[in-house]
Design a protein around this ligand. Structure first.
Ligand code: MN
Length: 269
């Protein structure tokens, strides 16, 4: 194989081993399941780990190094990032990881770096782009399905309906697919510039994608559970890696409102 492997930076969980009094002296472990690494490698990418940091210079250096970004799964997002107080059902929050990933995601979107966001990742993506979250599905959404499945990662537990004409539909070539489900949070208000690509029958959003960026896709399920063997789960990683091969280009900017208004005037004349 002589094709160059695009570098795919994968965010990781940060597990504190001692809190201490001095935040700069906190000790811990950076953790990432092998399934993410294997899925990126099987899709032709070169996976590297991006250890969480509050140093903005290091974060920017990560983005200069990477051709694509994968936001991995994990705990809950601090609701303060979308203007809410914590629900009693909010789970574990990691302040370092939240700050790092939201900053990284915003910078990646500004530079139109291809981005695949998985589980917690879709939530980080939506919040980073200006959306909100449902902090806990069972206590918030009446008649919701079971989204925290009690079965292995590779087991698929609920169907998703895919919106035709979306990037996800193009990658999968189907409008309905069974996926796994390991989440108690979900997307609330969709971020501006993003659209829903898939939902479950209870209305929960299972995938979003940007209308403006070349590849900014978030999925609520865990495609890495079968990313090296199931053709449709693998297609998400191949999509990211193939897009990461193309050279960076300037992001088309939204036309300012004043310009749009003047265009309307000239069209009506
Ligand atoms: Mn689900």
């Amino acid at each position: 194989m002589d094709r160059k492997r695009p570098v795919i930076g994968i965010t990781a969980k940060w597990e504190y081993t001692s809190s201490g009094g001095d935040p700069s002296r906190v000790e811990g472990n950076h953790l990432l399941p092998e399934t993410y690494v294997r899925s990126v490698r099987a899709a032709g990418g070169l996976p590297i780990l991006l250890p969480a940091t509050l140093d903005a210079e290091v974060r920017s250096a990560y983005l200069r190094l990477c051709d694509g970004i994968l936001l991995s799964g994990g705990g809950d997002v601090n609701p303060a990032f979308f203007g809410e107080e914590p629900s009693p059902y909010l789970g574990n929050v990691d302040p370092l990881r939240d700050a790092f990933e939201i900053g990284l995601c915003q910078e990646a979107l500004e530079q139109d770096v291809p981005l695949l966001a998985i589980c917690r990742g879709i939530q980080v993506l939506n919040v980073a782009a200006g959306g909100t979250l449902i902090q806990d599905i069972p206590s918030t959404v009446p008649n919701a399905l079971q989204h925290a499945q009690k079965a292995p990662l590779w087991h698929v537990s609920h169907a998703v309906e895919v919106t035709k004409g979306t990037l996800l539909f193009r990658l999968w070539g189907t409008n309905r697919l069974y996926v796994n489900s390991f989440h108690h949070q979900a997307i609330g208000e969709i971020a501006p510039e993003f659209s829903v690509s898939a939902r479950t029958s209870d209305g929960i959003v299972e995938a979003i994608e940007s209308r403006r960026h070349r590849f900014a896709l978030g999925v609520q399920f865990h495609p890495e559970g079968a990313g090296d063997r199931d053709p449709q789960m693998r297609a998400l990683f191949v999509g990211l890696v193939e897009e990461a091969r193309s050279p960076r280009r300037r992001l088309p900017s939204e036309a300012p409102l004043s310009l749009r208004a003047s265009e309307m005037v000239s069209l009506s004349e």
